[in-house]
Write a protein that binds this ligand. Structure first.
Ligand SMILES: Cc1cc2nc3c(=O)[nH]c(=O)nc-3n(C[C@H](O)[C@H](O)[C@H](O)COP(=O)(O)OP(=O)(O)OC[C@H]3O[C@@H](n4cnc5c(N)ncnc54)[C@H](O)[C@@H]3O)c2cc1C
Length: 438
């Protein structure tokens, strides 16, 4: 691979969080921060899946592209997530049909399938070694959820012709996993799972090799009204025709009119020590990703070296809990009590950008800014797909971008100022509901 931009000098991007991902990935040498003024066709702000995928796809179409990342590549959610690559959209198809009608819903379903395929194709084309696995088990945490899962299977088979699903009755679950407390599950063989940071770094390497200029430790500030393509950085400026805003939950107040469309929520993950090999087939016989149907979702998978990577619990404050392993552990032990004596070696958190209806927010600001955000915990495939659709739209074919943008999204009540108290109350209500009833 060609030499990285000159080594970092006077900027100090924050290091990766102490996650199992950062400990197990081969990190890229740092990209230097931007110094001085530079011209380009497209300036991408944010070096996660959205920004990297947009950059790579634009470069393949012949555009000059600059990526500005305030910290390190994949430092945000793209380097911290559960690594589940789910099919379809984050919202269920029945709701989507009500919002946009059957024809658009069919198109959105197909885009969701294409997104998973695109992740696989990029991994294949660029030889990204990121532990790609197959299949997700979605476990019903309540009896009523088991019925809903069966209805979903029926709907996806008959309306969308999707044949990758099978329903596993509660009596048969024990063959696949010792996970406790579930009433049945939907097995989706179209889902994939991966090591998220290795995937992000692989996209960055591919973009860099293709000629994208990447600058880390470089905070970019665009004209908030999108009236021009200039992006100001601490030690320089990018003069671009187009700006792609790819900051998602880390957007802050950069473009205030977009901030109220999403809400950043902190979500937490732990990695255990490698499990004894006798336990692995009991915990997860077929190396699937697994998740439950609760509002505050638990999700887990095994790492290549046999650790349980378990995500569970979230908070709505500006701070992470002081002891993340202690925060997540009860969720894990409820499902796998046999791990009582198992040490947790890593615990980390990240910000998930959610929207009110859990569908991503695509759009434009002024003549120069394009954006996609609010992947609501489904961003491994959807942010990758967003990058592709952003590239197509900038290149003149906005069919897919417009379809995504056609789903009505709503600002959180109170916009940027008042969204917290109301939303936190709502979140707490639903997480309480998780603990109650059948
Ligand atoms: C704990 C956790 C678990 C998750 N699990 C899953 C999962 O299993 N499956 C799934 O599909 N999705 C999951 N998600 C969601 C998924 O990770 C995200 O949707 C996806 O990574 C979003 O990618 P992105 O590129 O849009 O944003 P990010 O990866 O967050 O990247 C945004 C980047 O922008 C940078 N930035 C911000 N402001 C500026 C600026 N002004 N200038 C320069 N750079 C800036 C940030 O430093 C950051 O690196 C999870 C998220 C979290 C936090």
């Amino acid at each position: 691979m060609p030499a990285m931009n000159a080594p970092a000098t006077n900027a100090a991007p924050r290091p990766y969080p102490s996650s199992w991902y950062a400990a197990s990935a081969r990190l890229l040498p740092p990209f230097a921060p931007l110094q001085g003024e530079i011209q380009t066709d497209v300036c991408v702000i944010g070096g996660g899946y959205t920004g990297l995928s947009a950059a790579l796809h634009l470069r393949k179409k012949g555009y000059d592209v600059v990526v500005l990342e305030a910290e390190r590549i994949g430092w945000g959610a793209s380097g911290r997530n559960g690594g589940h690559v789910g099919t379809g959209q984050r919202a269920d198809q029945a709701s989507i049909e009500k919002w946009v009608g059957m024809e658009a819903a069919q198109g959105l379903w197909q885009l969701g399938l294409d997104a998973v395929q695109r992740v696989c194709d990029l991994i294949d084309e660029h030889h990204i070694d990121c532990e790609l696995g197959t299949g997700n088990l979605h476990l019903a945490a309540k009896r009523s959820h088991a019925i809903e899962l069966q209805e979903e299977l029926e709907h996806l088979e008959t309306t969308y012709g999707y044949k990758q699903l099978s329903y596993i009755a509660s009596d048969d679950l024990g063959d696949l996993t010792s996970a406790r407390g579930f009433h049945g599950a939907l097995l989706d063989n179209g889902c994939r799972h991966l090591h998220p940071l290795k995937y992000a770094l692989g996209l960055a390497r591919a973009a860099h090799e293709a000629g994208v200029k990447i600058f880390e430790g470089t905070h970019g500030r665009p004209a908030a009204d999108g009236s021009k393509g200039d992006v100001v950085t601490p030690h320089g400026q990018v003069n671009a025709r187009h700006v792609v805003l790819a900051c998602n939950a880390y957007l802050g107040k950069l473009v205030p009119r977009l901030a109220g469309n999403i809400m950043p929520i902190n979500n937490f993950v732990v990695a255990t020590e490698p499990l004894p090999s006798r336990l692995l087939p009991r915990i997860n016989r077929d190396n699937l990703s697994m998740s439950d149907t609760l509002f505050v979702i638990n999700y887990w998978k095994l790492s290549e070296d046999g650790r349980l990577i378990f995500g569970g619990g979230e908070n709505y404050s500006s701070r992470f809990p002081r002891d993340i392993p202690a925060f997540v552990r009860p969720h894990m032990l409820k499902i796998y009590p046999e791990l009582e004596e198992t040490a947790i070696e890593f615990g980390w958190g990240g910000a998930v950008g959610i929207t009110l209806n859990r569908m991503p927010d695509f759009g434009r600001v002024g003549d120069h800014i394009w954006y996609a955000q609010g992947f609501s915990g489904h961003g491994v495939p959807t942010a990758t797909m967003a990058g592709h659709l952003l590239a197509e739209a900038i290149d003149g074919d906005s069919t897919g971008f417009d379809l995504m943008a056609s789903v009505p999204t709503h600002r959180f009540p109170g916009g940027t100022l008042l969204r917290w108290p109301g939303l936190v109350a709502g979140m707490l209500f639903y997480s309480l509901r998780d603990k109650l009833g059948k």
